[in-house]
Design a protein around this ligand. Sequence first.
Ligand SMILES: [Fe+2]
Length: 441
Amino acid sequence: MKRLSKPWLFALLFVLVAGALIWIGTGQKPSEQGAGDTVNPIEQQQPEEKEPDTEGAPVEQEGNKIAIPQAIVTTFKGDPRTSRAFTWHTDTTGEKAVLQLVKGTDASAFEDKREILEFQGESSELVLHNGKIKGVHKAEAAGLEAGASYLYRVGNGSAEGWSELAAFTTEQDGLDAFTFIDVADSQGITEQDFELWRNTLEQAFKRFPESAFLIHNGDLTEYPEDDAAWNHLLNKARPWTASVPFMPVTGNHDQVDKKADAFVSHFNLPDNGASSTIPGTSYTFNYGPVHFVMLNTEAKIKEQVDWLEEDLAANRQPWTIVSIHRPAYGGNQDKKVVKHWVPLFDKYGVDLVLQGHNHEYSRSYPLKDEKIVETGGTVYATVNASGQKFNKKKDDQYYHKIHFQNKKQMYAGIRIAGDKLTYQAYTVDGELADEFELTHK
Ligand SMILES: [Fe+2]
């Protein structure tokens, strides 16, 4: 057999090494490349599932799976003056849900067991569309002092299972002035989509650092089954929503086919909603002088009427703000919402309705009985998306005071101080795009 000359040997070696490098780089066996696996439509539209974004979480040790708290979020559930609720997920199941607090801002207090307030929560499971099972953990601290600061951590109770520490402050007694932020339609798929959402929150909290909580008018992710998207949504929001409650409304991308499992699994919300809706998809809470009503536009709109009327009739707060996903008066109108809920908004003098779904900006004149009124009407505002998707501007309507599509992520800062409400809507690049005031006489 003829021996190969030296140049031929080098060429052969080069081809072998290059082939090996390409094979390692793709991370696939050659037989897997181009495989025509059948996938369901949801999987087809989704990007390849990535590892969860675990910003702010302890690092998982290889081969030593621990219950890393992911997607940690704080909410109001009971009285915001004396309680605070938390939710987190883990890749492991069968873990305990433990919440520990210390009063003040000194982390070394966790070294003294006598200083620690411990609350046992509840754990359940969420089955993902790919068959994976996540641990869902919810806990609530009660008996807290009003207007006090606390540090907290969540975990399974084992030394290595704790989240990083974060701080929160309870509502003061007799509070008559505060600010909150309103956003809508983060509705992302990829990590890059949620980078836009993160930037929206960063700009919002820079502009309104005193904000007591965040309201989201629905459509949090594109596909509620997409667990990676929920992790991006909540982990990217964590610098703010580890401390400031995140109060969401259910949209048509959150409740699909009468199911809202993922949405409900991520938030520990007031248990006072309409019995016709999935628990956690309609609820109310009070903060300062305001009564907040969060309604579910995705099912049983008519069936929520009795509960809504009973709630509004019993309300003694000077201000009432409603948050819904599909608008009554936005770029378009949801006919059922207009028919069943607007008469109650009129009857009980709802001041402001925060809406989503349109992915454009609109704000109505004050309205009552479907007419523009000088005093005493309800204003309907739809903030532009906080994420990647913008829709074509819809036709102007008689009720529009302002209506535009600027294709920029937006947020609104809303301040209530005594008898005055100030609403300011900004773009992420700092432009004040709309503002108005409401006053109570
Ligand atoms: Fe929507």
